[in-house]
Design a protein around this ligand. Structure first.
Ligand code: SIN
Ligand code: FE
Length: 291
């Protein structure tokens, strides 16, 4: 079962002891959620107007692309867009500062991905079952194959009126894999290359990506599983930050509004114990390389 491990870190640039760093990598690589209950991200006065779903325009998230520094998915323009950009880059920089201290074993290979601001209430949002993150799932995205690289995500709840972000946490990755593996299909020969050639995927979808997408879909489509699998609920309060490997820990976001999220990618070889990665777990269970 996915568990919550707490660490008393109160600032983004706080030096972390070797013991704290060891506890952090171990909890994360075991698929647990690492909660920093005292780590807040206070907004500046000029940023407070962004605490409205209107800032997201038609999209549900505002995102910062690390490749070119552009902000997408917002209705802001001119000076307002400049302030929004400042808020997003400050969160990205704070997250990176934290991870340099807290997860220093990862420093040589960790890569920052997108930063997102999520101002829309989760509960009651209309989506297809496949995009419905209120269903337990492990993260895997059709157009962005990782080839096995880890997806590590950091969240901070910044709701101004005390509303928690409510998650469900489910069974272990190995539990998910053992349950669904016997019924998964193998990729058709050449199909991964074709998806890349046609520009449908950014990079080549490997056999690993193929099986992870199926796990993601099987979990979400299985309503009996959603109701009956061993699970727990956790309320992340405003002013709290948490980290989790979302490609490994079964999670579902049920309710809440106003959170930041920073994605990081880590090659499997950059982990402390790479045998715990979904890639190595699947390879062990399937007795084949998933390249
Ligand atoms: C998810 O990764 O499924 C959504 C998490 C959230 O927005 O709280
Ligand atoms: Fe997710």
């Amino acid at each position: 079962m996915t568990d919550i491990i707490r660490l008393p870190i109160a600032s983004w640039d706080q030096p972390c002891s070797p013991q704290e760093q060891f506890a952090a990598t171990q909890a994360l690589e075991d698929g647990q959620v690492l909660l920093l209950p005292q780590l807040d991200f206070p907004l500046l006065d000029a940023e407070r107007p962004f605490l409205s779903p209107d800032i997201a325009g038609a999209a549900k998230n505002v995102s910062l692309n690390p490749a070119d520094g552009s902000v997408r998915g917002s209705s802001a323009a001119g000076t307002e867009l400049g302030v929004l950009h400042g808020m997003m880059t400050r969160f990205a920089a704070s997250s990176q500062t934290l991870l340099r201290q807290l997860l220093s074993p990862y420093a040589p290979t960790l890569r920052a991905g997108r930063t997102s601001f999520r101002p829309v209430e989760i509960a009651g949002r209309e989506t297809s079952w496949r995009k419905d993150d209120t269903r337990l799932h492990v993260d895997s995205f059709p157009s962005s194959p990782t080839g096995g690289e880890r997806i590590l995500r950091l969240f901070t709840n910044v709701h101004p009126q005390g509303r928690t972000r409510s998650w469900r946490l489910g069974e272990s990755f190995e539990g998910v894999a053992r349950r669904y593996l016997p019924s998964l299909h193998r990729p058709l020969p050449g199909s991964c290359e074709l998806l890349h050639l046609l520009g449908i995927t950014k990079g080549r979808r490997t056999a690993y990506d193929h099986f992870m997408l199926q796990l993601h879909d099987r979990m979400k489509a299985d309503t009996k599983y959603q109701a009956q699998v061993e699970q727990s609920t956790h309320e992340f309060a405003p002013g709290q930050t948490w980290l989790v490997y979302t490609d490994q820990a079964s999670h579902a976001a049920m309710a809440g509004q106003y959170a930041f999220e920073q994605t990081f990618y880590l090659p499997v070889a950059g982990m402390v114990e790479s045998a715990k990665s979904p890639l190595r777990v699947l390879e062990r269970l399937m007795r084949r390389e998933l390249v």
